[in-house]
Every structure is written in structure tokens, then in C-alpha cells.
Ligand binder design. Structure first.
Ligand code: NI
Length: 396
């Protein structure tokens, strides 16, 4: 049988071209129309692929091997870009002002198109269907939730789903994964602090809202430090603090907005409870009043142990043990792949993009970040190996 690497090498220049096109034309969540068209141009040329478009507005579900009776594997890529002004200086840099692929989603889509292309030419080797899921709005728009609600995991029903994410701290050629919690529960909050406005020179006639809100900000940091089990993880970050209009006025209202992150639901619930108590009672101690509102964003992402084990096993085989980290620590970032993972077995894995020999690489969501073309072939290969081996391994 022909080596997968030959198949991949033959389409690599065209994949790099696609990646650069996607990178040059980034689109924000639910606006990925041009992106979807570029993906469809490629998918429609593949034999045996059944395509559903317009899922969650701009999403695409492409299925190969609908006639196969074995277990169905799904591979997912996210499509949206971020509201960031690009500073990479690349010749294919974003042509859309204030919008860029700073999270590697251009690379994720490219790897998945590569896998669909290679596997369409090897459909006779597949025992079960393979679903390629391109989803919009990962960056805060919960596109994964809508894809799920609109049946992306049905017809045929998916047995397990997998996704890769570019990871800048990992060296190119390596893969990292872990079983269990890998990314955080995310809940945003808004605290409105009410004091009493007054002249800046006569603070005793009012209640200094800025002072009250400042005490709230400081006290909130005791949640992670003093209320959370030191072996567990929680983050409380106040990201915005808005109050006041002039140097000589004490304003009546201050608004704090921020985010809570936790790796378990129990810790998330406990952190929310403490946040409310601390905000309300700290404000009261200074004669102010705090109103707290929570905005639930993404559930925690936990890797199914069997699915994570399958990824590690395939990676050991393809890359060798030295290039696989099977117990990577979790991060407190959020990821809407969690909406699939809470319904069916799922595993999310990180693909190293830091160039070999480089000590550092720009981080995700930075204006200088760019997915690394040198790892496209490996991403494609890992997707393909997982799809080709899934039927034989799954449920064993
Ligand atoms: Ni991302």
C-alpha cells in the first residue's frame, strides 16, 4: 500500500496555498461566508463526499463513506478569526482591517481539508463513515453548540469526535494531550457598584464608588488564593473597570467586568458563590451596594479517557514516544469543542507549531501569531491515521 506521506506530499503545495488564502481573508464568527465558499470549492471536487452546508449559518458537515457500517468518527475544525489587527508582516497577511486568524483556525481548516482530500482517495480502506465538521464562531459565539443542536453529530450518528489545536509552546513535530479536564469552564461576570456621587473635595458627603469597587477587585483575588483547594485550579480576572467622568467628581456608579475559569463544575459553582458574597458584602462594608450578574459561556472541556488514549496510541505510532506528551497539564482557556464533548466521547489535542530550534513563538490571540506551514503535513497525517484506524480500535 502506498504510504500516506506520499499522498500528503502531492497535495501539500495546494494546501499551503489554501492556508494562505484563508489567512488573507479572515472573517469573524457567523460571518465566515467567503471562508465556507473556499472550503466548499475543495470539498465539492472530492468523490464520495456528502456535503451539508449552512449548518449553524456558515458551518459545513462533509461525510465520507456514508455506506460503511463501521463506527463513525468525526474530525472538527473551527472557521472564525479574531478582531485583532495583524502584525505578522507575512505576504499573505490579513486583507481585512482589524480582523485576523490569530488562533490558527486557518491551519485547522487546512489540515482538515487535507485529510478529506487524502481519505476521499482511500475510501476503500475505511470501515466506517468519516465526518468532517467545519464550525463557525468558536471565539465566543458558541458555534459548536449550534452545530450540535443542528444535528452535526447525527445521520450517521458519530461514535467519537476529535479536534486538533495549534499550540505555540510546543515544538513542531510534537503532539500533546491528556485524559480528563483539559480546558476550563468559562463564566463571565458583571458587577455594578453603586456609591453616592459627590464633589471630589467633599468625599464625606457621598460614598466613593471607585474606592468601594477597588476593594471589591482586591478582595476577589482571595477566592483563588484562599477559598480554592491549592491542588485544584480557579481564576478570577477583572478585565474592565469603568467609572468616572472628571478629576473633580466622585462618580455614583462603577462597572467591573471579568471572567471566572475553573476545571471542574464544583469549583465553578463555589467560585461564583464566593464572588457574589465578596462583591456584595465588601461593597456593604464601605456603605456601597454591588449587583452581580453572571453570563455563562462555555462548559469545561474534558477528554474522554478512551478517546484520549486512542489519540496517544496513534501519535506514538506515527511520531514515536519522544514526540508525544500524553499528560500535558490542562489550561484555563475556554474551548467550545466542549459542546460536542459533553454529549459523545471526544478528545482535543494540541499540535506543536513552534519552529524547531526557536526558543519562543508568538502566543495565540497575539497580532504576531501565525500557524506554521511546516506542520500542515503532520496535522493531515494524524487526522488520516485516526480515521483509518478508528474502526479497528474503537470499542475494543
Ligand atoms: Ni482557537
Amino acid at each position: 500500500m502506498k504510504d500516506l506521506r506520499e499522498d500528503i506530499d502531492s497535495i501539500l503545495p495546494s494546501l499551503i496555498e489554501l492556508r494562505h488564502e484563508l489567512h488573507a481573508h479572515p472573517e469573524l464568527g457567523y460571518q465566515e461566508h467567503e471562508t465556507a465558499r473556499r472550503l466548499l470549492d475543495r470539498l465539492e471536487k472530492l468523490p464520495g463526499v456528502v456535503i451539508r452546508t449552512g449548518v449553524a449559518e456558515t458551518g459545513i458537515v462533509a461525510t465520507l463513506g456514508t455506506d460503511k457500517s463501521g463506527p463513525c468518527i468525526a474530525l472538527r475544525a473551527d472557521m472564525d478569526a479574531l478582531p485583532i489587527q495583524e502584525e505578522t508582516g507575512r505576504h499573505y497577511a490579513s486583507q481585512n482591517a482589524g480582523c485576523m486568524h490569530a488562533c490558527g483556525h486557518d491551519g485547522h481548516m487546512t489540515c482538515l481539508i487535507g485529510a478529506a482530500t487524502v481519505l476521499a482517495g482511500r475510501a476503500d480502506e475505511l470501515k466506517g463513515p468519516v465526518k468532517f465538521i467545519f464550525q463557525p464562531a468558536e471565539e465566543g459565539g458558541a458555534g459548536g453548540k449550534r452545530m450540535y443542536q443542528e444535528g452535526a453529530l447525527k445521520d450517521p450518528p458519530v461514535d467519537a469526535i476529535f479536534a486538533l489545536h495549534a499550540w505555540p509552546t510546543l515544538e513542531a513535530g510534537t503532539l500533546a494531550i491528556r485524559p480528563g479536564p483539559i480546558m476550563a469552564h468559562v463564566t463571565d461576570f458583571e458587577i455594578t457598584v453603586h456609591g453616592a456621587g459627590t464633589h471630589a473635595a467633599m468625599p464625606h458627603r457621598g460614598i466613593d464608588t471607585i474606592l468601594v469597587a477597588s476593594h471589591v477587585v482586591v478582595a476577589l483575588q482571595s477566592i483563588a488564593a484562599r477559598n480554592t483547594d491549592p491542588t485544584d485550579s480557579a481564576v478570577v480576572t477583572v478585565g474592565t473597570f469603568n467609572a468616572g467622568t472628571a478629576t473633580n467628581i466622585i462618580p455614583p456608579v462603577a462597572r467591573l467586568r471579568g471572567t471566572i475559569r475553573a476545571l471542574t463544575n464544583k469549583t465553578k459553582v463555589a467560585t461564583k458563590e464566593r464572588l457574589r458574597q465578596i462583591a456584595e458584602q465588601t461593597a456593604a462594608a464601605y456603605r456601597g451596594r454591588a449587583e452581580v450578574e453572571f453570563i455563562p459561556l462555555y462548559p469545561g472541556l474534558s477528554n474522554d479517557p478512551a478517546a484520549a488514549g486512542f489519540v496517544a496510541e496513534v501519535a506514538y505510532d506515527v511520531l514515536g514516544a519522544q514526540a508525544v506528551i500524553a499528560d500535558e497539564p490542562p489550561t484555563l482557556g475556554g474551548e467550545d469543542f466542549a459542546f460536542y464533548a459533553r454529549s459523545i466521547p471526544a478528545a482535543f489535542w494540541w499540535l506543536g507549531v513552534r519552529p524547531k530550534g526557536a526558543e519562543t513563538y508568538p502566543g495565540l490571540h497575539q497580532p504576531t501569531f501565525d500557524f506554521n506551514d511546516d506542520v500542515i503535513a503532520l496535522g493531515v497525517r494524524l487526522h488520516c491515521e485516526m480515521a483509518l484506524r478508528f474502526a479497528a480500535s474503537w470499542g475494543k
